[in-house]
Write a protein that binds this ligand. Structure first.
Ligand code: ADP
Ligand code: MG
Length: 347
């Protein structure tokens, strides 16, 4: 009897120690979890769905700040809002630029020069004429297009760098739609770092920015959409601290008389770019560049795009899908790209 009682006591103590150990483990876990917490928010901005996810101690505050930053840039650049800085410039034809807009203007002018005008922010009157801004899809006549083309030339913009003063000729209107999301991802990425975030992923309407690596230090895996949504992804890219930005004619388009008209306009013809590419993905540490370039390379077509890449290999890599269904991948990301489809590596 006495022995039994003792045994019971011993068992009790074991239980208590076990419970205490569990509680301690739980407590340590909770602290660890707080240190490595995560936060995520979805929002609709710049005409698209966006998602921001961050990991780390300050993730909640970082995501909050990221969303505010996205909304701030959207309000600044939106051509659709009468009160945005860009809308005011288009209306008044003159004004001082904010820091963001001045930076974007300079990057846009550089890119226009670098790509022989394939990327051109003065394409906006054409974007409107086709109904890709303001609504009302339509096919403008050739006469209307040649009339509008006269005001498409960003090298004619008068920009005073010192005072950040811009003057637009009467018929000229600008739009940063081809570069704004990449710029936003660059800004938000910097913001995340300021919050001490070493791991975050931003998806701005299919334009992805990886901040650092995943929490286990492995690379982020970013899928590239197949224009044919019934089919598997074009491929998966493994990236750290890079933007993966895609331009595709399949993203915004309308059909008339059996012909598809999409939203990437060739500034030389005034019509939707048709140089044989369906999808252009640019991978770069510079999000602004990646976005502007994905639009420009789509306009240039594969041969000229490859030519351009050969002169800027250190700055970016690409994945192209052409109309024949061929995939082309630049050598710099060969090891980071996997696909169910056959592809050719460009060197
Ligand atoms: P998305 O906005 O779908 O991610 P893009 O980055 O390619 O795609 O940008 C397309 C947008 O850029 C168009 O909706 C239009 O506002 C603008 N745009 C169209 N053609 C050009 C061009 N050649 N150069 C600069 N901007 C353009
Ligand atoms: Mg773009």
């Amino acid at each position: 009897m006495k022995r039994d009682k003792k045994l019971l006591n011993y068992r009790h103590i074991t239980y208590i120690i076990f419970a205490a150990l569990l509680a301690a483990l739980f407590f340590i876990g909770a602290i660890e979890g707080r240190g490595r917490g995560s936060a995520s928010q979805s929002l609709f901005a710049m005409d698209t769905y966006m998602e921001v996810t961050a990991y780390g101690a300050d993730s909640e505050a970082a995501v909050e700040a990221a969303v505010a930053e996205i909304r701030r840039i959207d309000a600044l650049l939106s051509t659709g809002s009468a009160v945005s800085e860009v809308a005011a410039l288009n209306r008044r034809k003159t004004g001082a630029l904010s820091e963001d807009t001045a930076y974007l203007l300079q990057r846009s002018l550089e890119l226009a020069e670098d790509t022989d005008g394939a990327f051109d922010i003065t394409v906006y009157p054409l974007v409107k004429a086709w109904g890709f801004a303001g609504g009302g899809f339509r096919v403008p006549s050739d006469a209307e297009l040649s009339q509008l083309l006269q005001s498409v030339d960003s090298s004619a913009l008068a920009y005073e760098e010192g005072s950040a003063w811009l003057e637009l000729p009467e018929s000229v209107e600008i739009d940063f739609g081809g570069i704004a999301k990449g710029y936003t991802s660059e800004r938000v990425s910097r913001l995340m770092k300021e919050y001490g975030i070493q791991s975050a992923i931003l998806n701005l309407g299919g334009n992805v920015q990886a901040v650092g690596a995943k929490t286990d230090k492995s690379a982020w895996r970013v899928a590239i959409q197949n224009p044919d949504k019934e089919k598997p992804y074009l491929g998966i890219l493994s990236v750290k601290d890079q933007a993966v930005i895609t331009s595709g004619g399949y993203e915004r388009y309308f059909e008339e008389g059996g012909i598809v008209y999409h939203h990437i306009i060739d500034p030389h013809t005034g019509k939707p770019a048709q140089k044989g590419l369906c999808s252009v993905t640019v991978v770069s540490g510079d999000g602004t560049y990646a976005d502007g370039l994905s639009t420009a390379l789509y306009v240039l077509g594969r041969e000229k795009a490859v030519e351009y890449w050969r002169m800027h290999k250190a700055d970016f890599d690409f994945v192209f899908l052409d109309e024949g269904g061929m995939l082309w991948v630049s050598e710099g990301i060969e090891a980071d790209f996997s696909s169910e489809f056959a592809y050719e590596t460009i060197r």
